[in-house]
Design a protein around this ligand. Structure first.
Ligand code: AMP
Ligand code: GLY
Length: 434
């Protein structure tokens, strides 16, 4: 099969690595890809949201399957674009149509969907630009901290947590009236703060059947001990020790099943990933958010733990046959550590030479993100998150040690990474065992 992956981050490197191993794979292309994806396929310089150019490429190269990595092309309607094309309406696409993508691109849509299907989530209310007074009153009725969410996509920055009423009122004004996030904050979801520990749960679905992929924990803040600003994610661990089979069966019964059946009842044909951002509140799971794609860097720990042929699973999903799927999972623990450019998520310099000691990294899965080749074919930094090293180990401690050891074989000027990936989970394990 000829496959085109859309995107250029670490997640797309992991997808390219995994899909390239499939016995069904013929030719693999990545738009636009990065220095890492070129090892597994051919990079092409078309934007992931330039649908007419992608269409032309699909026709010319006989592409049979499209795998969007991020939410951007899905939220812009890539599935609907190809479905409306008489020549290409059978193209297999691993992602939902526009209406399904609303689960991620509109927080208000997601909350209404959860309320309709009684899926556990924080209580909430949504306010438009002319409802700010009602918004202030609603904030007064809640206990701090206050959670304010821009309804639309805001490059991962649209959720603000305020610790007192004054700053929450100010934030609401900034979002609604001063349009802090542009049109994305024309409506704001205000919700109850949930206390607990987070994890990410992933399913691949054909709209009716689904398989639950390995779960993961992501480390979003730039600094150790969850300090500093939010990033795209600075590391990930899979499996998550507290997500035992009892907990996961509650997730399945109260969250996954009603989500899939809700999509069916709403006539939303959904083929692709659903990423459930979940808060474990004393053993009770609540949905914090839906995403309609894999996580990044979660994909870099989840995919190395999938032993089955991923392209075969995609093929089954795209042909509504996921009930025939058999998912084989690697029992070892995967730890991924992101090495970022100094300054990220703020301003940072690009063009730093990346050195890799292949001996030290020999057992790591090295996934590139913001990395490119310069005119002399030298590997250089080209983005905030540059490289992700994933290691597998018999235990979390083992995988963690290995991941840091192997990361020491990678370097560039001003490189920055978190030193505590997985430490909270190791502490949780020690406490649970004592
Ligand atoms: P989101 O973009 O929806 O994933 O939100 C970003 C982060 O804000 C989440 O990963 C949580 O850490 C936090 N968050 C979002 N909603 C809540 C909530 N209701 N209670 C506590 N924390 C939340
Ligand atoms: N790592 C979080 C995300 O992909 O949204």
């Amino acid at each position: 099969m000829n496959v085109l992956i859309l995107g250029s981050g670490g997640r797309e490197s992991a997808l390219a690595w995994k899909l390239s191993q499939s016995k069904l794979m013929k030719r693999l292309f990545i738009a636009q890809g990065n220095a890492g994806t070129s090892e597994f396929g051919t990079n092409i310089s078309i934007s992931e949201t330039d649908f007419p150019a992608l269409r032309q490429f699909v026709v010319k190269n006989d592409i049979e399957m499209l795998v969007p990595g991020s939410e951007a092309p899905l939220a812009e309607g890539i599935v609907d674009f190809f479905r409306a094309d008489p020549q290409l309406n059978h193209l297999k696409i691993i992602g939902p149509p526009l209406e399904g993508a609303l689960l991620e691109s509109s927080k208000d849509f997601a909350k209404r969907f959860m309320a309709k299907y009684k899926i556990p989530t924080a209580s909430y209310a949504t306010f438009g630009r002319d409802e700010i007074e009602e918004g202030y009153l609603f904030l007064e009725s809640l206990h701090p901290p206050f959670v304010l969410k821009a309804d639309g996509l805001a490059a991962g920055k649209g959720v603000v947590i305020c610790h007192d009423l004054d700053s929450a009122n100010k934030e609401l004004r900034q979002m609604l009236i001063e349009r802090k996030f542009g049109a994305a904050s024309d409506r704001v979801v205000i919700e109850e703060f949930l206390h607990g520990i987070e994890l990410s749960v992933f399913v691949l679905t054909d709209g009716k059947n689904y398989i639950v992929l390995p779960e993961a924990k992501d480390y979003k803040r730039i600094g150790d001990n969850d300090q500093g600003p939010n990033t795209g994610g600075m590391g990930a661990v899979s499996p998550v020790p507290f997500a035992d089979s009892d907990f996961m069966s509650i997730v399945d019964k109260t969250i996954i099943k009603p989500t899939i059946s809700g999509l069916q009842l709403d006539n939303i044909p959904y083929c692709g990933f659903i990423f459930f951002g979940i808060m474990n509140c004393d053993g009770v799971p609540y949905v914090i958010e839906y995403n309609v794609r894999m996580g990044d860097p979660e994909a870099e720990v989840v995919l190395p733990r999938i032993k089955s042929d991923l392209l075969q699973l995609f093929e089954l999903a795209a042909t509504s046959k996921l009930n025939q799927a058999f998912l084989e999972i690697e029992p070892e623990t995967a730890v991924a550590i992101v090495m970022a450019s100094g300054g990220y998520p703020g301003l940072f310099e690009k063009g730093k030479i990346i050195t890799i000691n292949k001996e030290i990294c020999s057992e790591a899965f090295v996934f590139f993100a913001g990395a490119a080749f310069d005119a002399n074919n030298q590997l250089i930094t080209s983005g905030g998150r540059v490289v992700i090293a994933t290691s597998l180990g018999a235990s979390l401690a083992d995988a963690n040690n290995k991941a840091y050891r192997q990361l020491s074989g990678i370097g560039f000027e001003n490189a920055n990474y978190r030193k505590d990936i997985g430490h909270d989970l190791m502490k949780w394990q020690q406490k649970a065992q004592s």
